[in-house]
Design a protein around this ligand. Structure first.
Ligand code: GLC
Length: 550
């Protein structure tokens, strides 16, 4: 495998609106706030920042509705602030990747405003328009935010397509001029010094709406290869596609270096295991650990030599992992560290979503009004219409709403948790007095320092980066354990995924050196290993006299 800088990187994701208000008397996070906190990210050890959209936007979907790709939204600052941010990152050896949202624009984008004018406007074909069929929608395509994916435009007697809100019309990638306008825009940001792109819902760009094909459409890969050729292909950048439709079979199509497409994709198979198959993510079922093992094992093995994995539990669209599959009460610290160990021991590039490193928990607000996300509000209406009760719907929202991860970052115990001077745009999580960065930095046993240590291990041990993956105790219903092998070295990760203690038998005692653990006195000396609630141990197998420490 040809070595790439992003093989050893750890990425920190910033959702700017909720990260840090750097300007006085503002209620939302901004670019100045990001600059103020770069030393914190550096201290954690992450060396890449993925910045969620900061482009000009009416903020219907918090910036995933872009009205001008070439300017910064005033609530986040100015282009000078952005340039300062790039500079400040460079000074600290941190790279920055931008969010690239090119499946759709805002309806306020001048392309769409032009397109609305007339059927023969040159920009009309930048979007996807269809005549009504039998007086109604062209077909049954549904929006991911609930309801039909077609919106009627009375003035021009046609429907336009929107896979997200109707304020986010889908772009027509079959239009060559549109594609080249996008490539020009990408080159503008590359020239500004960004180190790559996270590509929003990129598996949708090859869509074939007439055959109701959303993801993985026939033209998807030709478009990505064309994009590579015209933009990042001649630079050494990191590109990661958000691909809800990725499978172990098709993921190498994106990330096999020979195909010249992307560095890696985000796949979501493991994060959909607590959803009833064939239903919406609001229809929740318990996670079965052996299923999680099966899925992650498949991905680790499938992409070992002809692709690259992204490793993540969290992002701005997912509930907090410690509340979801850990224990956000009595064992919050232990379970957050266990989940971190499990993930950071695998092969791929780890992503840490702001607040994950201090074990921030789900918002779990009582009232619907506190949930700001357009998706939550739409889904609430849709579920009530479908016959679910208010309580059932709110329970699902408390578990799965995207807002769970969007509460303002908890910096300290002060008023507004040190996030802003003014009342934050979104209600803080009530636990900010106990869970915050200041507390984490003061406590040598905090989740923060556990993440810091895991990141440092990845930088030190090649086996963590390049080692092959082998699941052990495959059928065990409570313990997630695996080995990594590289150049004669063996690294082992053993995690008790639950609160109940458990004993396991590992042959080959007295040959183990612990690299990481979430209990002070963990032991793997004996063949019988006893694991306490959520205990997670990472160790090297010592071989022969000289040992095999890296
Ligand atoms: C992606 C983003 C999400 C956004 C959607 C539409 O899934 O991560 O936040 O709402 O795309 O752009």
């Amino acid at each position: 495998m040809i070595k790439k800088w992003w093989h050893t990187s750890v990425i920190y994701q910033i959702y700017p609106k909720s990260f840090k208000a750097g300007r006085p008397d503002t209620s939302i996070g901004d670019l100045k706030g990001v600059i103020q906190k770069l030393d914190y990210i550096k201290r954690l050890g992450a060396d890449v920042i993925w910045l969620c959209p900061v482009y000009q936007s009416p903020q219907i979907d918090n910036g995933y509705d872009i009205s001008d790709y070439y300017s910064i939204s005033p609530e986040y600052g100015t282009m000078e602030d952005f340039e300062q941010l790039i500079e400040a990152c460079k000074n600290r050896g941190i790279r920055l990747i931008m969010d690239l949202v090119v499946n759709h624009t805002s309806d306020q984008h001048h392309w769409f405003q032009q397109a609305l004018q007339a059927k023969d406007n040159p920009f009309r074909d930048y979007y996807i328009w269809r005549d009504p069929i039998k007086g109604g929608v062209p077909n049954e395509l549904q929006s991911n935010f609930g309801g039909a994916a077609w919106k009627w435009h009375a003035e021009t007697d046609q429907y336009y397509l929107h896979f997200y809100s109707d304020a986010q019309p889908d772009l027509n990638w079959s239009n060559q001029k549109l594609r080249h306008d996008i490539y020009d825009m990408m080159n503008f940001w590359i020239d500004k010094g960004v180190s790559g792109f996270r590509m929003d819902v990129i598996d949708l760009i090859g869509k074939d709406p007439d055959h109701q094909i959303k993801e993985n459409g026939p033209m998807l890969h030709p478009y990505l290869q064309e994009m590579y050729e015209h933009t990042f292909g001649s630079h050494d950048l990191l590109t990661v596609g958000e691909t809800w439709g990725a499978t172990p079979e098709n993921a190498p199509l994106y990330s096999d270096p020979e195909r010249q497409e992307l560095s890696m994709v985000f796949q979501f198979e493991h994060l959909q295991l607590d959803k009833i198959p064939g239903k919406q993510r609001w229809d929740v079922q318990p996670l079965v650990l052996t299923e999680l093992k099966r899925v992650l094992n498949t991905w680790q093995t499938a992409l070992h030599s002809n692709g690259w994995n992204s490793l993540f539990w969290n992002n701005h669209d997912l509930p907090r992992i410690v509340s979801r599959w850990g224990n956000d009460q009595e064992f919050r610290v232990e379970s957050a560290k266990m989940l971190a160990t499990l993930l950071h021991g695998m092969q791929g590039t780890p992503y840490i979503y702001q607040g994950e490193e201090i074990g921030m928990t789900n918002a779990a607000y009582a009232s619907l009004a506190d949930y700001k996300d357009i998706e939550t509000q739409n889904i609430y209406r849709e579920r009530i219409k479908k016959g679910f009760s208010h309580e059932q719907t709110m329970a699902a929202i408390r578990l799965k709403a995207r807002d769970n991860a969007r509460t303002p970052m908890q910096w300290n115990r002060d008023r507004h948790a040190g996030f802003s001077d003014a009342t934050p745009w979104m209600k803080l999580n009530e636990n900010h007095e106990d869970i915050n960065v200041e507390q984490a930095l003061h406590d040598p046993d905090s989740i923060f320092y556990h993440y810091q240590a895991l990141i440092a291990l990845r930088k030190k041990h090649d086996v963590l980066v390049y080692g092959s993956f082998r699941l052990i105790l495959e059928q065990h219903e409570q313990v997630f354990a695996y080995e990594r092998h590289f150049q004669g070295k063996t690294l082992v990760v053993v995690c008790n995924f639950y609160e109940q203690p458990v004993s396991i038998v590992f042959p080959g005692a007295e040959k183990r050196i612990i690299l990481s653990s979430n209990y002070k006195d963990s032991s793997v000396e004996l063949e019988d290993v006893y694991l306490r609630p959520y205990e997670a141990i990472m160790y090297l197998e010592k071989r022969g006299e000289s040992g095999n420490e890296d």
